[in-house]
Unconditional design. Structure first.
Length: 372
């Protein structure tokens, strides 16, 4: 698989959920369709705790809270006690819950599926044992026709686990339990898994970069990894991706040329949602284009330059946001495009079209694992 041949350019009708899909996550639907597969989340682990500043906008926390209040023993057993309400605000309790039987179900799934595991948790959460991570990877090892995409905000723990020599043995043990008789793939790392980090701004990207380059190059020591990651041919480790959704500031991805996929998008979710600057989007998508990395621009979020309706805000390219344009005067010194006037129009009206009219919905094609 060459990087150039691995990009599929999709159209907006690919964002529709089809029979057999069990999610509305658009990039997952498109990834699945590009591979001729179904799309589904794999809720084998529930519960989390905040790790980065971007966790303040965690949608999973509200969903887990709601589900924990629902009628029925099964829902309470699965979601109860993972969140609590303190002073009107929903918080994680920090407990995580593993439902291993769901992994066995994924192995038995008849149709090849593109999975997004632990969408309401973090695969690499501090409380998730290495054995549990290995059990998840054993699903991918058992089913070469499945694919999975992992997203984490615990990139350091992910790197430590994924480059460790012990992990392959743990996956082999888990595979023997989960799917007795199925051989371990002949290649390692698993070619049908893509490992990603969620980063919302430059500080988070800076914190994640070294760990992600270790994952992409399978180097235990970061110094070598950083050197090798500058070369495309050094992508000999896990396939990696980054999600800058929601993007909360400009991110320079220089040095991340090892990526196989980049997701970019704005913030949604009502009154507290932050606006997205067109220059940030242009910067990230431009970097991806130059480096042959498939990029998926999900949407602008709740804010847009058009239609002009309601009270605007002015967003500077450095991330400062103003209610009053006169207070933003110094931002214009960085050029006419640096200060952007935005209106809260809602995500449907804001859409995903770039200022030049393009829609960017690219995804990568991942390889299969090989046995024997
Ligand atoms: S890591 Fe993800 S699931 Fe966990 S608190 Fe942060 S945003 Fe929520």
């Amino acid at each position: 698989m060459t990087p150039a041949a691995a990009i599929v350019d999709c159209t907006e009708d690919w964002l529709e959920k089809r029979p057999g899909d069990n999610t509305r996550i658009e990039w997952l639907l498109v990834l699945a369709r590009a591979h001729g597969m179904r799309a589904d989340v794999l809720g084998y682990q529930e519960g989390c705790s905040e790790k980065t500043g971007s966790c303040r906008q965690c949608w999973a926390r509200e969903e887990v809270y709601r589900r924990g209040l629902q009628q029925g023993e099964a829902m309470r057993r699965r979601f109860g006690g993972l969140t609590r309400k303190v002073g009107g605000r929903i918080q994680w309790t920090g407990e995580i819950r593993v439902l291993s039987e769901r992994l066995a179900g994924a192995v038995r799934r008849k149709h090849p599926t593109f999975w997004f595991p632990a969408s309401r948790s973090d695969v690499f959460h501090e409380k998730a044992e290495a054995r549990t991570v290995a059990q998840l990877l054993a699903v991918a090892a058992a089913r070469p026709d499945h694919r999975m995409i992992l997203l984490t905000k615990r990139w350091e723990r992910a790197a430590d686990l994924l480059v460790s020599e012990e992990l392959q043995d743990l996956v082999a043990e888990a595979l023997a339990e989960l799917a007795p008789g199925r051989p371990m793939p002949s290649g390692w790392p698993l070619a049908n898994v893509i490992v990603g980090c969620s980063v919302g701004n430059q500080a988070e990207a800076d914190a994640a970069g070294e760990s992600m380059s270790r994952i992409a190059t399978m180097q235990a020591t970061s110094r070598i990894a950083t050197m090798q990651a500058t070369s495309r041919v050094a992508r000999s480790g896990w396939a990696t991706c980054a999600s800058a959704e929601p993007m909360r500031g400009p991110i320079d991805f220089s040095g991340w040329e090892f990526l196989r996929f980049l997701i970019v998008g704005g913030m949604t979710g009502g009154i507290a949602s932050e606006p997205l600057h067109p220059l940030w989007v242009e910067g990230a998508l431009g970097w991806a284009r130059v480096n042959g990395v498939p990029a998926f621009f999900k949407q602008w979020g709740d804010w847009a330059m058009q239609p002009e309706t309601g009270t605007p805000v002015w967003l500077a390219a450095d991330g400062r946001c103003f209610d009053d344009v006169s207070a933003a005067a110094d931002s214009r010194r960085d050029g006419p495009a640096a200060l952007c006037r935005l209106f809260r129009v809602g995500k449907v009206k804001a859409g995903r079209r770039l200022p030049d009219g393009r829609v960017v919905l690219q995804v990568p094609i991942l390889g299969q694992v090989r046995h024997g």
